[in-house]
Design a protein around this ligand. Structure first.
Ligand code: GLU
Length: 477
């Protein structure tokens, strides 16, 4: 049997990390098995679905490197097929119209609550006589369509992650609504559980891989497969993503959308890598840092955990740094340039200057966005921090800086020759009677306004090449 899996996002928001992780698991499973990974846009909630969210989801998947096969299916275009399936259920007596009004259902739930019963539909309209139906219709009542769920039904499946699963019909909340309320001669908008089954069958989906929050839906859907005589796919329920406190990761945790991670400066490769590790553990001997393609080679659900996966920022940051540190300086520069432009900074014509800057900053970046703050002193004159002022005012430091500028006046440094720069530092320190280290520390304080920073000679050379070094020295004299 050929493997065909799908991601079925609802375009009611931007691409969520949980959906993206589900996408990654589907993709890995498809690619491992030489199968197909399909997309189905579940846009049947007309009010909340927006084309811009569909766009965002597709772009987010592309960015992560999760490519799909075939044209995405648009669920709302298939409503005729959904209605036909409901009609068949009605014809077979497996579904029926329920005329109970919202207030009647509310009163039913209140009564259940008062007597400590679990809320459920009490199947009150399951066996209406034709006369009762006619009376409701004459009353002008609209109806939902409900699918019969036998309380004694036993539902079993072998979940690829969770193993043997069983569910009782009695725990599914009574006969399930499959179409929204509509006039009694019509079929209202078909609802999630039914349309998913119809669509998955029509797309010949072999494996349904989705989050654990869908387990109860799976039980309901299995009854629908049976009622419609459709081939049943294999199910795999991936663990939820939890925050550091062990609760489901939510909006309150600040970042949930792939956009958020992207704008914080995480790169796609590290994020895809990290999302794979949210639930999947690598086989022995395999590094935790991998590309999706590498993971696909050994992916299976045997190594997907049942327990919720806690989000670990340190690990994500570590992976992100690993990926950034492996980038070529060109790739790094190309990624940094748009961020620098956003700051209004323009680069000198000499591309080599920018490449050198990217190479200088690269090893200390965890997030790409760190390359903004760290590059700032190369574009804007940084203020002097108090520790830098103290350094410049320390014994002999200002004299040494003064001696350095005298040397620079005599032989302006062309900004290229690091060895000559070092010679000048040696000579100026000697003139001022301080150790070379004192002058180097003071030079860094003058150039960067602080005591920490990247390699001093490269920093000086870059600033000299854009003629900023003298200005920054002068302000300290
Ligand atoms: N549209 C559903 C969701 O976004 C799809 C669930 C499924 O995979 O069946 O949760």
């Amino acid at each position: 049997m050929s493997v065909r899996v799908r991601l079925a996002p609802s375009p009611t928001g931007t691409l969520h990390i949980g959906t993206a992780r589900t996408a990654v698991f589907n993709w890995l499973f498809a690619r491992h098995n030489g199968g197909s990974f399909l997309l189905r846009i579940e846009d049947t909630d007309k009010e909340r679905s927006k084309p811009e969210f569909t766009q965002n989801i597709l772009e987010g998947l592309q960015w992560l490197g999760v490519d799909w096969d075939e044209e995405p299916i648009i669920q709302s275009e298939r409503v005729a097929e959904h209605r036909a399936a409901i009609q068949t259920l009605l014809d077979k007596g497996l579904a029926y119209r329920c005329y109970a009004s919202e207030s009647e259902l509310e009163a039913m739930r209140e009564a259940q609550k008062a007597s400590n019963q679990a809320p459920r539909y009490d199947n009150r309209h399951r066996n209406l006589t034709p006369e009762q139906e006619a009376a409701f219709q004459a009353d002008g009542r609209e109806a939902v369509i409900r699918f019969r769920i036998d309380d004694s039904a036993e539902i079993r499946w072998n979940d690829l992650v969770r193993g043997p699963m069983s569910w009782r019909g009695a725990d599914l909340g009574g006969d399930m609504v499959v179409a929204r309320r509509a006039p009694a001669d019509q079929i209202g908008d078909p609802l999630y559980n039914l349309v998913v089954v119809v669509d998955d069958a029509s797309m010949a989906i072999s494996h349904v891989i989705r989050g654990e929050d869908h387990i109860a839906n799976t039980a309901k859907q299995l009854l629908l497969y049976e009622a419609m005589g459709l081939p049943v796919p294999t199910f795999a329920h991936a663990p939820l993503i939890l925050n550091a406190e062990g609760r489901k990761l939510s909006k309150r945790d600040g970042v949930t959308s792939i956009n958020d991670f992207r704008s914080m400066g995480y790169n796609a490769e590290a994020l895809a890598n990290y999302m794979t590790l949210l639930g999947w553990s690598v086989p022995e001997g395999m590094e935790e840092r991998f590309t999706l393609k590498e993971a696909a080679a050994s992916f299976s659900f045997d190594r997907v955990n049942k327990a919720g996966a806690r989000f670990d920022w340190d690990k994500l940051n570590w992976l992100n740094a690993q990926v950034l540190h492996n980038w070529s300086s060109d790739q790094l520069l190309e990624s940094l340039i748009p961020l620098w432009h956003d700051q209004g900074w323009s680069l000198p014509d000499d591309r080599n200057w920018a490449v050198t800057l990217a190479e200088l900053l690269g090893p200390s970046l965890t997030l790409l966005n760190d390359g903004v703050d760290q590059a700032r002193p190369f574009f804007d004159e940084p203020p002097l921090e108090s520790v830098a002022v103290a350094q410049i005012e320390s014994n002999g430091a200002r004299d040494a800086l003064q001696a350095l500028t005298v040397l620079l006046d005599a032989t302006p440094w062309d900004g290229m020759d690091v060895a000559r720069g070092q010679d000048m530092i040696g000579a100026a320190a000697k003139t001022a009677g301080v150790k070379k280290g004192v002058l180097m520390k003071s030079l860094r304080a003058a150039l960067l306004g602080r005591l920490q920073g990247p390699d001093l000679m490269t920093t000086w050379s870059l600033l000299a090449r854009i003629s900023c070094d003298r200005q920054r020295l002068n302000r300290c004299l």
